[in-house]
Design a protein around this ligand. Sequence first.
Ligand code: S3P
Length: 438
Amino acid sequence: MANTFVIRNKIKPFKKKISVSGDKSLSIRWVLFSSLSSGISIAKNLLMSEDVMSTIQAVKKLGIKVFFKKNLCYIHGNGINGYKIKKRTIINARNSGTLGRLILGLLINTTEPIKLIGDKSLSKRDFKRITDPLTKFGATFKLKKNSLPLKMLGLNNPKPITYTENKGSAQCKSAIIFAGMKTKGKTYIKAKKSRNHTELLCKYLDLPIKIKSKKNYDLIEISEVKNIRPLNYKIPSDISSSAFFIALTALTENSEITIKDVNINPSRIGVITIFKRMGIKIIFQNQRIYKNEKIADIFVKSPKKLKSINCPSYLNSGAIDEFLIIFLVAAKCNGISYFKDLSELNQKESPRLKLGSKILNQMGVKTITTKNSIKIFGKPNLKINKKIEVKDFMKDHRIFMTSVIAALSFGSQWIIHDKNSINTSFPEFLNIIKKLND
Ligand code: S3P
């Protein structure tokens, strides 16, 4: 079966230097900011994945010209209010929650009705978290069971709002910032800490944003934006994609890896803090700042022993996309690991708490899960000696990649379905695995 991946052997110890693809959050945001700018923006190392291509298709539907030449992507923005929207426009966000949610903020002042649709997985995810604040700005929505498909009608003169975002969702926060950028007056957001790429880009572009950082939340003030200058950007590598290789190195004895030019934005490195606490040796080398974002090469060495962790919830938002691979490392730790306050994990491409636990159980690792927590009973000498089949996971790219790392780390025969799911975020994933095996 072409879309099924079979692994029969553990990976041999390796010492390698690799590069992973461009960061997904930054790639999507670059497309959206560039679509609002006045002039041509150019990106290098843009992630060529389905989520990013869906974003490009979406802005093209809004009248924006996008083209590729050699390894560069060019976007010709028409200005902050330059979208040209045809009657009965349908935007298909496919699998991308980030696109589906952020674009709604940008459509706040669109007086033509827009329909937003997505694939089966996205159509199960919560959109009320976005339509609630945008309704306060004055937009109207029709949703199907709080999700997609939805119809939106924006308005000429949205009203600025004051909003408390308490889920720690960067998608929600960013949608409100985008709507605030197109609204006269000042919009205020009290946002639980989450990734801050949107804010850093606003600052880099000298947009009228003010941020007061408190311990657990940020106070953000955004005013109407009149003009955005073009944004040339070299997208750094994705820490979420890197995490799979950090885990593989940690789970393979006598191995080392260096991952080049990774975005180590402090709001994204929860996974590094958690892995370090589990005993993995990780060093940031060659640290530098690029357009307000922190970049480094990440060096990893496999440890002799892995320690279990009682993971504090304040680390959750900075590691929200990495929990599947963190659970896998916990499977080999000495002791019981505990992760809590993770109801947001069930809001992802699949219910990850449930499905992550199911894979560990298939491997012979005991877990206790509730709606928002998991206990993992680690087995430092875990060996698998039965065939494992991973299927019915809603084509969740991160379940596929976690299963590949599990197979390469723990051995036995694995049959993993829906290989094409990697195209969502990391089409190069299996090619890099192959290079490690050479
Ligand atoms: C993202 C934010 C996170 C994350 C997603 C990308 C972003 O979602 O899970 O993969 O780029 O803003 P939430 O904001 O819903 O937590």
